[in-house]
Write a protein that binds this ligand. Structure first.
Ligand SMILES: Nc1ncnc2c1ncn2[C@@H]1O[C@H](COP(=O)(O)OP(=O)(O)OP(=O)(O)O)[C@@H](O)[C@H]1O
Ligand SMILES: [Zn+2]
Length: 810
């Protein structure tokens, strides 16, 4: 028998074929986890995962050998997950080992916590059939003496590494049990890191001689307002502490809750009966589930159209039919209201996976899903790999959210991966959003997905009325709040209604923005905001590399008031306090939500109307459902439009629609005020139109013209080296290679251009953007050319990353 498997440190994670030792033939299965002894280095055992088995005479073989079998051969990966992982490797141009590993929680993959424990049994029975070798006898003897030993201890004492199979035999015989023991006293608190409100300017220069710190800074940038743990960011605490010292980052102590318990909870709502529109959608989806045939649906429902109830009713049907389900949400901690509603309906049938779980909890949750004890897995991105079988539906809520794309290897998009998994499971996939991603909407329009429209709110509630306030001329009540918005807030408070205010803090260091006319200089070739590079006094396009001299004057109105520095939510809170001295103001941002349960507590206070003004960052835009909110104000709507990303408008449209959607969700009509500088922007026009479809169509003409997704497929290659010239040269040489082999009518290459943060003393990055019009790249083709490239730049410490369908272009 032979096994095709992927092994850590073997063939760079590509599948290998190895003979299966006779002793393992009976138990090994596709999906089993094994340990492989590498050639000449039998001391090192590397974990491997069996993809498939086939009968074959094994000839004499002197390479690596399969040395041990874990979990008694019981597969850690189901067939559908193996297929999914192989698809991911192929599509995202990465190694199958990396994608297989992504499918398994670390707690399942690692063996460091394994402990063998003696069961209570009569020693006499130890003379039974199972205990028939000296090794087995020694193991038992040791355990009789000590009761419990870690695998490490056993290995050391016995001078032998391959013990799993033997231990599993002893376990089957009832003598011992093999378990994972995670540290029981896990920390109750953990340190999280985030960017400071006003990090020093020019990080490229200040961190120039500390490339890792600059990388960490970049990683923090991508978090926006949220904070992350060191291990999640992939940097050591020591390194992050350096950033704290230098004023770039700050630390917060986060209490870790073991179970997902909301500090925010609502009393259960009266049972809701689906409206006619909801019933229609449900009937379409229900029929599709019954068919047990793969299909993808895009549920395009305006804000407040009752998508959650459709998910819940659909899940009830699926469970009643004896099937299981996966529900993906962008960030679990930010949507306690939604998660709470699912919990209310499904109690113990649902496992809510979240990042604050301990290893033990993650391990237990994985087992309970795998053994079918719970039927629904709900969680963020990686929940798509839940070990459920017999899946009826996969739901991706807020499918447009960028959080679904993983920004480190493997760089998969959970929405697209969900669709593929549904295909392998013969399940249906339901994508829901009020503002679908252009990719999904395009697929719905060309018939690849089935579109279900919910154009109206529940109970005839009307969509909120949107008004723009031109900040250039508008009289101001305070520095950030116009007179108009101030008066509108006051009106609502007099009626005891509630107000949500958004201060979008996400911007991009280096973006130029005119405070007089709102103008942002863009690349004439790519239509992408140019980024200011202080050292060269240049504006640069991060897509094609085009540069132009920066005159320190607005190109449109000649004003010199150019750099916008966003005032943080804290300052706006101060301004609100002066305007409304007797009002309690709730602030929701990174600073106020890092402590245990604080996010939920803020929402609870707002729900109970202890306060009538909720001020916050993007967090307030997500999924909140409060009937008395009748006014939403956006303080500086323009921020976010001038970041160098072709999706900037799409993202802003989405954010502003989502936050507007918090207003007037029940009987009282709602209003929205956007304070803007650049009135002509397409996004505002579209919002006033109130038609996603029109926005999509107008934006798509531009995307088609410039061939940005979904009018093409994008692949980003990033080349980095300690030698700037070499990095750029390598990028160029790779470009030439691709150009000679790829027909110009099928692809287009942009760059090389300096990527994101450019000025690094020790590592320079250059990027190439490949637009693919038809077809796809073959992994073998890319591998071939990459290998050749890496070989010729061996001395330049060149490294290359590939990002297929990149979401982050900085
Ligand atoms: N059939 C129904 N009868 C009465 N109320 C309903 C019904 N369906 C939904 N609702 C209520 O309508 C409100 C909006 O529903 P929901 O939060 O699911 O909207 P949504 O489509 O997810 O909106 P968003 O995209 O803005 O989050 C909720 O308060 C919900 O309880
Ligand atoms: Zn350009």
């Amino acid at each position: 028998m032979q096994a095709r498997l992927v092994v850590d440190r073997l063939f760079r994670g590509d599948p290998a074929t190895l003979p299966v030792p006779e002793s393992l033939e009976k138990e090994i299965q596709a999906g089993s986890m094994v340990l492989v002894a590498l050639q000449n280095r039998t001391e090192t055992l590397c974990p491997g995962f069996v993809l498939e088995l086939f009968p074959d005479k094994s000839d004499d073989h002197s390479g690596p050998v399969i040395a041990d079998l874990l979990y008694g051969g019981v597969p850690v990966l189901r067939q559908s997950l193996i297929r999914l992982a192989l698809w991911m490797a192929d599509y995202y141009l990465t190694s199958p080992l990396d994608t297989i590993i992504a499918c398994l929680p670390a707690a399942v993959r690692t063996t460091v916590n394994d402990v063998a424990e003696l069961n209570s049994f009569e020693l006499k029975s130890a003379e039974g059939k199972t205990v028939n070798t000296p090794l087995r006898r020694s193991i038992l003897q040791m355990l009789v003496n000590e009761k419990k030993l870690t695998l490490r201890q056993l290995q050391k004492r016995l001078g032998k590494k391959q013990l799993y199979r033997t231990l599993s035999e002893l376990e089957k015989g009832g003598y011992i049990s093999l378990q994972k023991k995670f540290a029981t006293t896990r920390p109750k608190q953990k340190t999280a890191y985030s960017l400071t409100a006003a990090p020093p300017e020019n990080p490229e220069i200040l961190l120039g001689n500390a490339p890792r710190q600059l990388e960490a800074y970049k990683a923090l940038l991508t978090l926006g307002d949220s904070s992350g743990f060191a291990e999640a960011l992939g940097f050591s605490s020591a390194l992050l502490n350096e950033l704290v010292k230098k004023g770039f980052a700050e630390k917060t102590t986060v209490d870790i809750r073991s179970n997902f318990r909301n500090t925010y909870s609502e009393s259960p709502k009266n049972p809701e009966r689906p409206t006619a529109a909801q019933a229609d959608a449900l009937s379409t989806l229900g029929k599709a589930v019954e068919k047990q045939q793969f299909n993808t649906f895009l549920l395009h429902g305006v804000t407040g159209s009752g998508k959650t109830l459709i998910y819940i009713e659909l899940l009830k049907k699926v469970i009643a039919a004896g099937k299981n389900a996966i529900v993906l949400v962008p960030e679990i901690s930010l949507t306690p209201q939604t998660a709470g509603r699912f919990r209310q309906h499904f109690h113990d049938d649902i496992t809510i996976l979240h990042s604050a779980m301990s290893d033990q909890e993650k391990y237990d949750a994985w087992h309970s899903l795998r053994n079918g004890r719970t039927k629904i897995a709900l969680g963020a991105r990686s929940t798509i790999f839940a070990p459920l079988e017999n899946i009826g539906v996969i739901i991706v809520d807020e499918e447009h959210d960028g959080a679904y794309k993983q920004d480190r290897n493997p760089r998969y998009h959970a929405r697209d991966t969900a669709i593929m998994r549904a295909m392998f499971e013969n399940a249906i996939c339901v994508l829901g959003s009020a503002t679908p991603s252009f990719e999904s909407y395009q697929n719905a329009r060309n018939g690849k997905y089935q579109l279900i429209d919910l154009p109206e709110r529940i109970d005839g509630a009307t969509m909120p009325l949107i008004t723009l306030i031109a900040m250039r001329e508008a009289p101001k009540a305070t520095a950030s709040i116009s007179d108009r918005l101030y008066r509108e807030i006051r009106k609502r408070l007099e009626k005891n209604e509630q107000v949500i205010l958004l201060q979008n803090r996400r911007g991009f260091a280096g973006s130029v923005f005119c405070l007089e006319c709102g103008h942002t200089p863009v690349c004439k070739y790519c239509n992408i905001p140019l980024v200011y590079h202080a050292t060269e006094k240049q504006l640069r396009c991060h897509y094609c590399g085009h540069t132009q001299i920066f005159t320190e004057q607005c190109g449109k109105c000649n004003s010199t008031r150019l750099f916008y520095k966003s005032s943080g939510t804290e300052r706006i809170e101060e301004e609100l306090k002066t305007l409304f001295p007797e009002e309690t103001i709730l602030r929701m941002d990174i600073d106020t939500t890092s402590a245990k349960g604080s996010h939920g507590r803020i929402l609870k206070a707002f729900h109970e109307k202890k306060s009538r003004i909720l001020l916050g960052t993007q967090m307030v835009a997500k999924g909140l459902d409060f009937p008395d909110v009748t006014l939403v104000g956006v303080l500086m709507a323009d921020i976010g439009l001038n970041i160098p990303d072709f999706r900037a408008s799409e993202r802003m449209y989405s954010l502003l629609t989502q936050v507007s959607g918090r207003s007037g969700r029940a009987s009282i009509p709602g209003e929205v005020y956007l304070q803007v500088y650049n009135l002509d922007n397409e996004v505002y026009r579209a919002l006033l139109d109130g038609s996603y479809k029109k926005f999509f169509e107008r934006e798509m003409t531009l995307r088609k013209l410039l061939r940005y997704p979904p009018a093409s497929k994008l692949v980003k290659f990033e080349f980095s080296s300690t030698d700037e010239k070499k990095a750029e040269e390598a990028a160029l040489s790779f470009k030439e290679r691709l150009e000679t082999h790829l027909p110009a009518e099928k692809v287009m290459l942009l760059g090389p251009a300096p990527a994101g943060i450019t000025k690094l003393k020790n590592r320079y990055r250059y990027q190439l953007l490949l637009k693919i019009f038809t077809g796809k790249l073959s992994p073998a083709f890319i591998r071939h050319h990459l290998d050749a490239l890496l070989a010729s730049y061996r001395n330049a410490k060149l490294s290359v990353t590939i990002d297929v369908d990149p979401q982050n272009l900085m």
